[in-house]
Design a protein around this ligand. Sequence first.
Ligand SMILES: NC(=O)c1ccc[n+]([C@@H]2O[C@H](COP(=O)([O-])OP(=O)(O)OC[C@H]3O[C@@H](n4cnc5c(N)ncnc54)[C@H](O)[C@@H]3O)[C@@H](O)[C@H]2O)c1
Length: 400
Amino acid sequence: MRRMPLTEGLTAVAVIGAGAMGAGIAQVAAQAGHEVHLVDAAEGAAATARDTLGKTLDRLVGKGKLTAEESAGILDRIIIGPAADGALKELPPVGLAIEAVVENLGVKHEIFATLDEHQDESTVLATNTSSLDVGAIAGGLGTPERVIGLHFFNPPPLMKLVEVVRTTQSSGEILDDAMELMRRWGKTPVLCTSTPGFIVNRVARPFYGEAQRMLEAEVADAATLDLALREHGGFRMGPFELTDLIGQDVNFAVGNSVWHQTDRDPRYEPVNLHRHLVEQGRLGRKTGRGWFTYDDSGQAVDADPDPARVAELVGGPIETDPVARTIAMLVNEGVDLVRRGEASAEDVDTAMKLGTNYPKGPHEWLAEIGAATIVGQLEALDAAFPGGRYRASSALQEQI
Ligand SMILES: NC(=O)c1ccc[n+]([C@@H]2O[C@H](COP(=O)([O-])OP(=O)(O)OC[C@H]3O[C@@H](n4cnc5c(N)ncnc54)[C@H](O)[C@@H]3O)[C@@H](O)[C@H]2O)c1
């Protein structure tokens, strides 16, 4: 297959799906100067996305962050495709197509099969999937080497991180080009395999899981655990307030998906308390109630942390120290991902700091705390809660 590098002469980009992510990705590509063909199966969805972007750009012009000409140029470059069946077949030739439709393997697979058939062999086909195996999306295509993941974070115009995902068949040259293209779009790309959850959604699991287990064991209430992680861990938000913002259903689905995709590895086993919260429809801010209850102004009315309890717990036994326990598990996840060859240590740290706003990357914490201490903490946790969840990565064991 002969192809032009993505970074040379890429003019047209297609974005399939004009929801929260597709609309944002279209904006990023249009701001980078590309002609963007935006299509969505729902009648009017792509046009609505463009109208909404127009209002956002007007505000940026009002604030002096963009000129009126720049704003008009960005909007002019976004071309709305028809919503009808067969719209994908009618797309003009593009150098890069980014799919951001509903998280459903069958739907995505069909889109990739159509693109594979109707776009030139040189067109790079990317998916923004959060949880599906990119290799499975590429499965059965005539040219799977041109399929990669481009996992943007929400909202794409503001979030710098993009996880560039390689399958076992992705072309190295295309991956290099995609990394460079993302830099030119103003993003910070990291490279990883199509491992469940990629980097961020995999390594972050214990941030939620450890706190939930401590809540279940009645070590402290949710607001107190949040306070400990904010004040002593340097996290911008605690796991309970953060998941109330993200949506408990969304957070639960990600964790559950990683658990199933890892053959139910106890490291990712969902916590019953969390499952019940979701089953009760307590999805967080969007339903007025999650871990906390919110009034009409969006204030949590029952988040009443106990600073004295935080002082008792932090620095105490690892089983009830929310900060040390969470960080030990984040380090374990990060180094294990690298050990399995899924990503580099540098990319893991970059991803966690940019994708989740953590104050440090797992390897930075490791350097600070030391492998011997972390392994000791994990062994104590494993003794207290046997079953494999707290098994230390061989990568840590080898450092002591
Ligand atoms: N929302 C996030 O925070 C986030 C972050 C990263 C990645 N993702 C991933 O991005 C993708 C899109 O997520 P979203 O939050 O934008 O979803 P969304 O529900 O906001 O938008 C999905 C859009 O796809 C359209 N669509 C569905 N089937 C289609 C088809 N066959 N052809 C064309 N359009 C179709 C829908 O009409 C809808 O407008 C998912 O794979 C999701 O996992 C989401």
